[in-house]
Ligand binder design. Structure first.
Ligand code: DOR
Ligand code: ZN
Length: 424
Protein backbone atom coordinates (compact mmCIF):
# COMPACT_ATOMS: atom_id res chain seq x y z
CA UNK A 1 0.00 0.00 0.00
CA UNK A 2 1.28 3.48 -0.80
CA UNK A 3 2.47 5.56 2.08
CA UNK A 4 -0.10 8.04 3.34
CA UNK A 5 0.29 11.66 4.31
CA UNK A 6 -0.24 11.11 7.98
CA UNK A 7 -0.55 8.21 10.37
CA UNK A 8 -1.96 8.66 13.87
CA UNK A 9 -1.33 5.87 16.30
CA UNK A 10 -2.83 5.09 19.69
CA UNK A 11 -5.56 3.19 21.50
CA UNK A 12 -8.34 3.79 18.99
CA UNK A 13 -12.08 3.50 19.62
CA UNK A 14 -13.18 1.44 16.62
CA UNK A 15 -16.57 -0.30 16.34
CA UNK A 16 -17.27 0.13 20.04
CA UNK A 17 -13.98 -1.00 21.55
CA UNK A 18 -10.39 0.09 22.00
CA UNK A 19 -7.61 -1.44 19.99
CA UNK A 20 -4.03 -0.45 19.35
CA UNK A 21 -4.21 0.84 15.79
CA UNK A 22 -2.90 3.22 13.17
CA UNK A 23 -5.26 5.65 11.48
CA UNK A 24 -4.07 6.36 7.94
CA UNK A 25 -5.05 9.81 6.68
CA UNK A 26 -4.94 11.35 3.20
CA UNK A 27 -6.57 14.63 2.23
CA UNK A 28 -8.09 14.97 5.68
CA UNK A 29 -9.96 11.67 5.43
CA UNK A 30 -9.42 8.33 7.08
CA UNK A 31 -8.20 6.02 4.31
CA UNK A 32 -6.95 3.02 6.28
CA UNK A 33 -7.09 1.43 9.71
CA UNK A 34 -4.54 -1.22 10.59
CA UNK A 35 -2.18 -2.45 13.28
CA UNK A 36 0.79 -1.03 11.33
CA UNK A 37 0.85 1.68 8.68
CA UNK A 38 3.56 3.86 7.15
CA UNK A 39 3.05 7.55 6.67
CA UNK A 40 5.01 10.60 5.52
CA UNK A 41 4.31 12.00 8.95
CA UNK A 42 3.42 10.23 12.15
CA UNK A 43 1.79 11.25 15.44
CA UNK A 44 2.02 8.65 18.19
CA UNK A 45 -0.39 9.26 21.04
CA UNK A 46 1.09 6.37 23.02
CA UNK A 47 -1.33 5.02 25.59
CA UNK A 48 -3.86 7.81 25.12
CA UNK A 49 -7.34 6.89 24.00
CA UNK A 50 -8.26 8.13 20.54
CA UNK A 51 -11.94 8.90 20.07
CA UNK A 52 -13.88 10.61 17.32
CA UNK A 53 -14.08 14.36 17.99
CA UNK A 54 -17.53 15.64 18.95
CA UNK A 55 -19.97 17.43 16.66
CA UNK A 56 -21.76 20.17 18.60
CA UNK A 57 -24.94 20.48 16.58
CA UNK A 58 -26.31 23.49 18.50
CA UNK A 59 -24.17 26.56 19.20
CA UNK A 60 -24.66 30.35 19.11
CA UNK A 61 -21.37 31.91 18.02
CA UNK A 62 -23.00 35.37 17.77
CA UNK A 63 -21.47 36.43 14.49
CA UNK A 64 -22.60 38.69 12.90
CA UNK A 65 -23.97 41.38 15.16
CA UNK A 66 -23.16 40.32 18.71
CA UNK A 67 -19.43 39.75 18.51
CA UNK A 68 -18.85 41.37 21.90
CA UNK A 69 -20.25 38.06 23.28
CA UNK A 70 -18.45 35.65 20.92
CA UNK A 71 -17.26 35.29 17.35
CA UNK A 72 -16.28 32.38 15.15
CA UNK A 73 -12.64 32.73 16.23
CA UNK A 74 -13.21 32.58 19.98
CA UNK A 75 -16.14 30.15 19.82
CA UNK A 76 -14.18 27.72 17.67
CA UNK A 77 -11.10 28.00 19.90
CA UNK A 78 -13.32 27.01 22.83
CA UNK A 79 -14.65 24.14 20.69
CA UNK A 80 -11.12 22.87 19.95
CA UNK A 81 -10.26 22.81 23.65
CA UNK A 82 -13.46 20.91 24.33
CA UNK A 83 -12.75 18.22 21.74
CA UNK A 84 -15.34 19.54 19.27
CA UNK A 85 -14.26 19.53 15.61
CA UNK A 86 -17.49 20.73 14.04
CA UNK A 87 -20.27 23.08 15.13
CA UNK A 88 -23.68 23.98 13.75
CA UNK A 89 -24.45 27.63 14.35
CA UNK A 90 -27.97 28.87 15.07
CA UNK A 91 -29.66 31.64 13.07
CA UNK A 92 -30.58 34.12 15.84
CA UNK A 93 -27.75 36.48 15.00
CA UNK A 94 -28.05 40.12 13.85
CA UNK A 95 -29.06 40.11 11.09
CA UNK A 96 -30.79 36.76 11.52
CA UNK A 97 -29.93 33.98 9.09
CA UNK A 98 -33.17 34.08 7.11
CA UNK A 99 -31.96 34.89 3.59
CA UNK A 100 -29.42 33.44 1.20
CA UNK A 101 -27.31 36.58 1.40
CA UNK A 102 -27.30 36.52 5.21
CA UNK A 103 -26.33 32.85 5.08
CA UNK A 104 -23.53 33.56 2.58
CA UNK A 105 -22.22 36.47 4.67
CA UNK A 106 -22.16 34.30 7.77
CA UNK A 107 -20.44 31.50 5.87
CA UNK A 108 -17.73 33.93 4.75
CA UNK A 109 -17.19 35.13 8.32
CA UNK A 110 -16.99 31.56 9.59
CA UNK A 111 -14.62 30.49 6.82
CA UNK A 112 -12.34 33.42 7.68
CA UNK A 113 -12.14 32.78 11.40
CA UNK A 114 -13.41 29.37 12.48
CA UNK A 115 -10.79 26.85 13.58
CA UNK A 116 -13.30 23.99 13.35
CA UNK A 117 -15.67 22.88 10.61
CA UNK A 118 -19.14 24.34 10.66
CA UNK A 119 -22.68 24.14 9.36
CA UNK A 120 -25.16 27.00 9.47
CA UNK A 121 -28.83 26.83 10.35
CA UNK A 122 -31.37 29.01 8.55
CA UNK A 123 -34.54 30.13 10.32
CA UNK A 124 -38.10 29.26 9.36
CA UNK A 125 -40.17 32.42 9.15
CA UNK A 126 -43.25 33.34 7.16
CA UNK A 127 -42.13 34.06 3.61
CA UNK A 128 -38.67 32.50 3.94
CA UNK A 129 -37.35 31.08 0.65
CA UNK A 130 -36.86 27.58 2.02
CA UNK A 131 -35.88 25.96 -1.27
CA UNK A 132 -33.08 28.48 -1.86
CA UNK A 133 -31.82 28.25 1.73
CA UNK A 134 -31.91 24.46 1.73
CA UNK A 135 -28.96 24.17 -0.64
CA UNK A 136 -26.70 26.00 1.76
CA UNK A 137 -28.00 25.36 5.28
CA UNK A 138 -27.25 22.38 7.49
CA UNK A 139 -30.88 22.50 8.60
CA UNK A 140 -33.73 24.77 9.59
CA UNK A 141 -34.52 26.19 13.01
CA UNK A 142 -38.02 26.95 14.24
CA UNK A 143 -38.50 29.09 17.36
CA UNK A 144 -41.89 28.45 18.96
CA UNK A 145 -41.28 30.84 21.88
CA UNK A 146 -39.63 34.17 22.49
CA UNK A 147 -35.95 33.98 23.45
CA UNK A 148 -32.70 35.72 22.40
CA UNK A 149 -33.23 37.25 18.96
CA UNK A 150 -36.40 38.02 17.08
CA UNK A 151 -37.29 34.78 15.35
CA UNK A 152 -40.43 33.79 17.25
CA UNK A 153 -43.06 32.06 15.11
CA UNK A 154 -46.04 32.14 17.48
CA UNK A 155 -48.46 30.32 15.21
CA UNK A 156 -47.51 27.26 13.21
CA UNK A 157 -50.39 28.06 10.87
CA UNK A 158 -48.38 31.08 9.68
CA UNK A 159 -45.57 28.84 8.41
CA UNK A 160 -47.57 25.97 6.97
CA UNK A 161 -46.19 26.46 3.47
CA UNK A 162 -42.63 26.91 4.76
CA UNK A 163 -42.87 23.70 6.80
CA UNK A 164 -44.09 21.83 3.74
CA UNK A 165 -41.07 23.20 1.86
CA UNK A 166 -38.76 22.05 4.67
CA UNK A 167 -40.31 18.58 4.40
CA UNK A 168 -39.66 18.58 0.65
CA UNK A 169 -36.06 19.70 1.16
CA UNK A 170 -35.32 16.66 3.32
CA UNK A 171 -33.38 18.87 5.75
CA UNK A 172 -33.73 18.60 9.50
CA UNK A 173 -36.20 20.91 11.26
CA UNK A 174 -34.62 21.73 14.62
CA UNK A 175 -37.23 23.04 17.00
CA UNK A 176 -37.07 25.28 20.04
CA UNK A 177 -40.14 23.70 21.59
CA UNK A 178 -41.72 26.03 24.10
CA UNK A 179 -45.36 27.05 23.60
CA UNK A 180 -45.60 30.84 23.54
CA UNK A 181 -49.33 30.65 24.36
CA UNK A 182 -48.55 28.89 27.65
CA UNK A 183 -45.48 30.89 28.60
CA UNK A 184 -46.16 33.35 31.43
CA UNK A 185 -44.52 36.75 31.46
CA UNK A 186 -44.65 37.53 35.16
CA UNK A 187 -41.72 39.23 36.89
CA UNK A 188 -39.00 36.77 37.89
CA UNK A 189 -36.39 37.09 40.61
CA UNK A 190 -34.53 33.84 40.09
CA UNK A 191 -34.43 30.49 38.29
CA UNK A 192 -37.42 29.20 40.26
CA UNK A 193 -39.61 32.06 38.98
CA UNK A 194 -38.21 31.60 35.48
CA UNK A 195 -39.32 27.97 35.66
CA UNK A 196 -42.78 29.02 36.84
CA UNK A 197 -43.03 31.21 33.71
CA UNK A 198 -41.95 28.36 31.45
CA UNK A 199 -43.45 25.26 33.06
CA UNK A 200 -43.03 21.68 31.90
CA UNK A 201 -46.33 21.78 30.03
CA UNK A 202 -44.99 24.69 27.98
CA UNK A 203 -42.43 22.31 26.43
CA UNK A 204 -44.69 19.27 26.18
CA UNK A 205 -47.44 21.25 24.49
CA UNK A 206 -45.04 22.67 21.91
CA UNK A 207 -43.70 19.21 21.09
CA UNK A 208 -47.22 17.89 20.55
CA UNK A 209 -48.11 20.85 18.33
CA UNK A 210 -45.03 20.71 16.13
CA UNK A 211 -45.25 16.94 15.74
CA UNK A 212 -48.71 17.46 14.26
CA UNK A 213 -47.99 20.60 12.21
CA UNK A 214 -44.65 19.59 10.69
CA UNK A 215 -45.90 16.48 8.97
CA UNK A 216 -43.33 14.95 6.68
CA UNK A 217 -40.49 16.95 8.25
CA UNK A 218 -37.53 15.36 10.00
CA UNK A 219 -38.27 17.03 13.31
CA UNK A 220 -35.41 17.35 15.81
CA UNK A 221 -36.52 18.56 19.25
CA UNK A 222 -33.75 20.69 20.74
CA UNK A 223 -32.81 20.79 24.43
CA UNK A 224 -35.47 18.48 25.87
CA UNK A 225 -35.64 19.44 29.53
CA UNK A 226 -38.92 18.26 31.11
CA UNK A 227 -39.81 14.82 32.40
CA UNK A 228 -43.22 15.22 30.75
CA UNK A 229 -41.59 15.51 27.34
CA UNK A 230 -39.83 12.16 27.45
CA UNK A 231 -42.74 9.99 26.26
CA UNK A 232 -43.33 12.48 23.44
CA UNK A 233 -39.86 12.16 21.93
CA UNK A 234 -39.39 8.44 22.13
CA UNK A 235 -40.29 5.96 19.46
CA UNK A 236 -41.82 8.58 17.17
CA UNK A 237 -41.23 8.18 13.45
CA UNK A 238 -39.40 11.12 11.84
CA UNK A 239 -38.60 12.63 15.22
CA UNK A 240 -35.23 12.85 16.94
CA UNK A 241 -34.27 14.60 20.16
CA UNK A 242 -31.41 16.45 21.79
CA UNK A 243 -30.45 16.96 25.42
CA UNK A 244 -27.97 19.48 26.84
CA UNK A 245 -25.42 19.01 29.62
CA UNK A 246 -27.07 21.78 31.66
CA UNK A 247 -30.50 20.16 31.75
CA UNK A 248 -28.84 16.90 32.75
CA UNK A 249 -26.42 18.27 35.38
CA UNK A 250 -27.94 21.51 36.75
CA UNK A 251 -31.32 22.39 38.23
CA UNK A 252 -33.17 25.45 39.50
CA UNK A 253 -31.87 24.94 43.04
CA UNK A 254 -28.26 25.68 42.12
CA UNK A 255 -27.29 29.13 43.39
CA UNK A 256 -26.53 30.46 39.92
CA UNK A 257 -28.91 33.44 39.86
CA UNK A 258 -29.02 35.03 36.42
CA UNK A 259 -26.15 32.79 35.29
CA UNK A 260 -28.62 29.93 35.51
CA UNK A 261 -31.20 31.74 33.37
CA UNK A 262 -31.65 29.77 30.18
CA UNK A 263 -34.45 28.75 27.82
CA UNK A 264 -35.86 26.21 28.31
CA UNK A 265 -35.25 26.76 32.03
CA UNK A 266 -33.31 24.70 34.52
CA UNK A 267 -36.06 22.61 36.12
CA UNK A 268 -36.46 20.55 39.29
CA UNK A 269 -34.08 17.96 40.60
CA UNK A 270 -36.59 15.33 39.44
CA UNK A 271 -36.49 16.64 35.88
CA UNK A 272 -32.71 16.81 35.93
CA UNK A 273 -32.42 13.25 37.16
CA UNK A 274 -34.94 12.09 34.57
CA UNK A 275 -32.82 13.70 31.81
CA UNK A 276 -29.69 12.01 33.15
CA UNK A 277 -31.35 8.62 33.30
CA UNK A 278 -32.90 8.98 29.85
CA UNK A 279 -29.49 9.95 28.44
CA UNK A 280 -27.79 7.07 30.22
CA UNK A 281 -30.34 4.71 28.69
CA UNK A 282 -29.66 6.08 25.21
CA UNK A 283 -33.10 7.62 24.83
CA UNK A 284 -31.87 10.88 23.27
CA UNK A 285 -30.40 10.87 19.81
CA UNK A 286 -27.93 13.66 20.40
CA UNK A 287 -26.33 15.80 23.03
CA UNK A 288 -25.50 19.40 22.10
CA UNK A 289 -24.28 22.27 24.25
CA UNK A 290 -26.64 25.07 23.16
CA UNK A 291 -23.54 27.20 23.76
CA UNK A 292 -25.21 30.60 24.27
CA UNK A 293 -22.60 33.06 25.56
CA UNK A 294 -23.55 36.40 27.09
CA UNK A 295 -21.06 38.67 28.84
CA UNK A 296 -20.72 38.75 32.61
CA UNK A 297 -21.99 42.34 32.65
CA UNK A 298 -25.09 41.37 30.68
CA UNK A 299 -25.71 38.46 33.02
CA UNK A 300 -25.35 40.75 36.04
CA UNK A 301 -28.46 42.71 35.08
CA UNK A 302 -31.60 42.25 37.15
CA UNK A 303 -33.06 38.81 36.56
CA UNK A 304 -35.84 40.01 34.27
CA UNK A 305 -33.44 41.93 32.04
CA UNK A 306 -30.56 39.47 31.98
CA UNK A 307 -30.41 37.50 28.73
CA UNK A 308 -31.00 33.73 28.73
CA UNK A 309 -28.29 31.25 27.86
CA UNK A 310 -25.00 29.83 29.07
CA UNK A 311 -21.73 28.80 27.40
CA UNK A 312 -21.01 25.09 27.00
CA UNK A 313 -19.10 24.13 23.85
CA UNK A 314 -15.82 23.73 25.76
CA UNK A 315 -17.22 21.80 28.73
CA UNK A 316 -19.73 19.39 27.16
CA UNK A 317 -17.45 16.55 26.06
CA UNK A 318 -15.08 16.93 29.08
CA UNK A 319 -18.01 16.72 31.53
CA UNK A 320 -19.33 13.62 29.81
CA UNK A 321 -15.87 12.01 29.74
CA UNK A 322 -15.65 12.62 33.48
CA UNK A 323 -18.93 10.75 33.93
CA UNK A 324 -17.46 7.92 31.87
CA UNK A 325 -14.38 7.93 34.06
CA UNK A 326 -16.64 7.81 37.15
CA UNK A 327 -18.57 4.91 35.57
CA UNK A 328 -21.86 6.82 35.61
CA UNK A 329 -22.13 6.62 31.84
CA UNK A 330 -20.94 4.17 29.21
CA UNK A 331 -18.43 5.55 26.73
CA UNK A 332 -20.52 4.07 23.91
CA UNK A 333 -23.52 6.17 24.98
CA UNK A 334 -21.46 9.36 25.01
CA UNK A 335 -19.78 8.72 21.66
CA UNK A 336 -23.09 7.85 20.08
CA UNK A 337 -24.84 11.04 21.23
CA UNK A 338 -21.96 13.50 20.72
CA UNK A 339 -20.28 12.06 17.64
CA UNK A 340 -22.09 9.32 15.73
CA UNK A 341 -25.75 10.35 15.75
CA UNK A 342 -25.19 14.05 14.96
CA UNK A 343 -23.18 12.92 11.93
CA UNK A 344 -25.89 10.51 10.82
CA UNK A 345 -28.84 12.82 11.40
CA UNK A 346 -27.29 15.77 9.59
CA UNK A 347 -25.69 13.63 6.91
CA UNK A 348 -22.00 14.38 7.32
CA UNK A 349 -19.12 11.92 7.30
CA UNK A 350 -17.82 12.72 10.75
CA UNK A 351 -18.15 11.17 14.19
CA UNK A 352 -16.61 7.75 13.60
CA UNK A 353 -13.13 6.31 13.33
CA UNK A 354 -13.91 4.52 10.10
CA UNK A 355 -12.53 4.51 6.56
CA UNK A 356 -14.25 7.22 4.50
CA UNK A 357 -14.89 9.52 7.45
CA UNK A 358 -13.15 12.84 8.12
CA UNK A 359 -10.10 12.42 10.35
CA UNK A 360 -11.63 14.37 13.24
CA UNK A 361 -10.14 12.90 16.40
CA UNK A 362 -9.40 13.61 20.03
CA UNK A 363 -6.73 12.09 22.26
CA UNK A 364 -7.88 11.55 25.82
CA UNK A 365 -6.06 10.64 29.02
CA UNK A 366 -8.78 9.56 31.44
CA UNK A 367 -6.34 9.89 34.35
CA UNK A 368 -5.58 13.55 33.59
CA UNK A 369 -8.71 15.25 34.88
CA UNK A 370 -8.91 18.77 36.23
CA UNK A 371 -11.57 21.05 37.59
CA UNK A 372 -13.37 23.48 35.32
CA UNK A 373 -12.31 27.09 35.89
CA UNK A 374 -13.72 30.15 34.14
CA UNK A 375 -10.17 31.53 33.85
CA UNK A 376 -9.13 28.57 31.72
CA UNK A 377 -12.03 28.85 29.27
CA UNK A 378 -11.60 30.24 25.76
CA UNK A 379 -15.04 31.67 25.06
CA UNK A 380 -15.16 35.44 24.95
CA UNK A 381 -17.87 35.47 27.61
CA UNK A 382 -15.46 34.59 30.43
CA UNK A 383 -17.66 32.53 32.73
CA UNK A 384 -19.03 29.02 33.19
CA UNK A 385 -21.91 27.55 35.17
CA UNK A 386 -19.73 24.50 35.95
CA UNK A 387 -17.04 26.26 38.02
CA UNK A 388 -15.15 23.72 40.13
CA UNK A 389 -16.68 20.60 38.57
CA UNK A 390 -14.21 17.87 37.60
CA UNK A 391 -13.78 17.15 33.90
CA UNK A 392 -11.56 15.24 31.49
CA UNK A 393 -10.34 17.70 28.87
CA UNK A 394 -8.90 16.16 25.71
CA UNK A 395 -5.13 16.39 25.30
CA UNK A 396 -5.38 16.93 21.55
CA UNK A 397 -7.95 17.69 18.88
CA UNK A 398 -7.43 16.85 15.20
CA UNK A 399 -9.61 18.40 12.49
CA UNK A 400 -9.46 16.70 9.06
CA UNK A 401 -6.01 15.36 9.79
CA UNK A 402 -4.59 18.58 11.18
CA UNK A 403 -3.45 18.75 14.79
CA UNK A 404 -5.28 21.89 15.91
CA UNK A 405 -4.97 21.63 19.69
CA UNK A 406 -2.26 19.90 21.70
CA UNK A 407 -1.64 19.89 25.45
CA UNK A 408 -4.25 22.57 25.92
CA UNK A 409 -2.62 24.96 23.44
CA UNK A 410 -3.74 25.87 19.96
CA UNK A 411 -1.45 23.94 17.60
CA UNK A 412 -2.74 24.68 14.09
CA UNK A 413 -3.84 27.68 12.08
CA UNK A 414 -6.09 26.12 9.42
CA UNK A 415 -9.60 27.37 8.99
CA UNK A 416 -12.69 25.23 9.19
CA UNK A 417 -14.87 24.35 6.24
CA UNK A 418 -18.57 24.65 5.65
CA UNK A 419 -19.76 21.04 5.75
CA UNK A 420 -22.67 21.78 3.40
CA UNK A 421 -21.25 23.84 0.56
CA UNK A 422 -17.58 23.01 0.58
CA UNK A 423 -16.92 24.83 -2.67
CA UNK A 424 -18.57 28.05 -1.66
O1 DOR B 1 -31.28 30.34 26.67
C1 DOR B 1 -31.26 30.48 25.46
N1 DOR B 1 -30.32 31.23 24.86
N2 DOR B 1 -32.19 29.89 24.72
C2 DOR B 1 -32.33 30.15 23.41
O2 DOR B 1 -33.20 29.63 22.79
C3 DOR B 1 -31.44 31.12 22.74
C4 DOR B 1 -30.17 31.23 23.45
C5 DOR B 1 -29.39 32.43 23.02
O3 DOR B 1 -29.21 32.59 21.80
O4 DOR B 1 -28.95 33.22 23.84
ZN1 ZN C 1 -30.05 27.52 21.23
Amino acid sequence: MKSMELVIEGECYISGRFERACVGIDGGRIVALARNLDGDRRIDFGSRKILPAAIDSHVHFREPGMTHKEDFGTGSLAALHGGVSCVFDMPNTAPPTTTVSALDDKARAAAARSLVDFGLFAAVRPGADIAALAGRAIGFKLYMAGTTGDLLVPSLASVQKELADVARSGKVLAVHAEDETIRRKEPAKGPADHLRNRPNECEASAIRKVARAAEGCRVHICHVSAKDSLPLVQGQPNLTSEVTPHHMLLDRDRPLGTFGKVNPPLRTKGDRQAMFLAFKQGQFDTMASDHAPHTVDEKKEDFDYAPSGMPGVETMFPLMLQHVRDKHLALATVVKALCERPGEIFGIKKGRIEVGYDADLVAVDFMAGRDIRADDMHSKCGWTAYEGMPAVFPRATVVRGELMMKDEEQAGESRGRDVVAKDR
